[in-house]
Design a protein around this ligand. Structure first.
Ligand code: SF4
Ligand code: SF4
Ligand code: FES
Length: 252
């Protein structure tokens, strides 16, 4: 018996489920209206901002990385209808709301110093030499309000001004370098780059070197892994893929 037209249509609809959002229109109960770069779209409620933008037809070639809240690539600025506040979020971690006016911040062109960490001493000199502008902080707290990781950014900047790299490293530990603090700073600081320097200084000078790391570096110096490295470097893509999928995975 020939297949019914409705069955065929169902099959086609199923095959056309959005590749990225996994949303089937017949499963959608609520629609909301959002505005992306000034244009309005109807999207299903419950999606993340990133999924909603993809549902609306945007293809991310920037402003998207891990999709899991770690890489900091999806910095987003938005406003809600009837609210004057400019809010910030990570697009992969925040759900869309009705009346959101959205835009992506693909990159924050912030100053980043070049330094040789082995030639620095942890403390105020290292911070002021590389980032003297840190002293311009006005203590307004706009950076803390902007941080999607809920980091007390103003507090780590205050620690930096005292040269307390340990405190700075500790407070900024969850920073994902999204740049949202920097775009809101009236003193035009690049907070996250200063915090990165503090974490590097603390990591190098303030924490004990683990024994297993020392041993591994020694083994590398003794060419223990040379044959394996050579094999990796000479492999073609297919061979590398095969090695990757058949590798031993450490149990959690
Ligand atoms: S401290 Fe700044 S760069 Fe780091 S996560 Fe918060 S807003 Fe993003
Ligand atoms: S936004 Fe800038 S000026 Fe204001 S507290 Fe943060 S670092 Fe200081
Ligand atoms: S895509 Fe990596 S944090 Fe959102």
């Amino acid at each position: 018996m020939p297949e019914k037209k409705s069955d065929i249509m169902d099959k086609i609809a199923d095959a056309n489920k959005s590749v990225v959002t996994g949303i089937d229109e017949k499963d959608i109960e609520h629609w909301i209206t959002i505005s992306i770069l000034g244009r309005k779209y109807q999207v299903p409620a419950g999606l993340t901002i990133m999924q909603a933008m993809e549902f609306a037809g945007y293809r991310f070639i920037r402003s998207c990385g891990c999709r899991a809240g770690f890489c900091g690539a999806c910095a987003t600025v938005y406003r809600l209808e009837g609210d004057y506040r400019l809010r910030t979020a990570m697009a992969c971690q925040t759900r869309v709301e009705d009346g959101m006016y959205l835009t992506q911040i693909p990159f924050t062109p912030a100053e980043k110093a070049k330094y040789d960490i082995t030639k620095l001493t942890p403390g105020i000199e290292a911070l002021l030499h590389n980032y003297p502008e840190i002293l311009r902080c006005l203590g307004c707290n706009a950076c803390t309000k902007a941080c999607p990781q809920d980091i007390d950014v103003m507090e780590y900047i205050a620690a930096g001004k005292r040269g307390d790299v340990e405190k700075m490293a500790e407070i900024s530990f969850d920073c994902i370098q999204c740049g949202l603090c920097a775009i809101r700073c009236p003193a035009e600081l690049a907070q996250y780059n200063y915090a990165q320097l503090a974490r590097r200084l603390y990591g190098r000078y303030g924490t004990p070197k683990p024994e297993h790391l020392k041993n591994r570096v020694k083994e590398i110096g003794q060419d223990k892994f040379k044959d394996d490295f050579d094999k990796l470097l000479s492999g073609n893509e297919d061979e590398l893929r095969k090695m990757y999928t058949s590798r031993d995975i450490e149990k959690a």
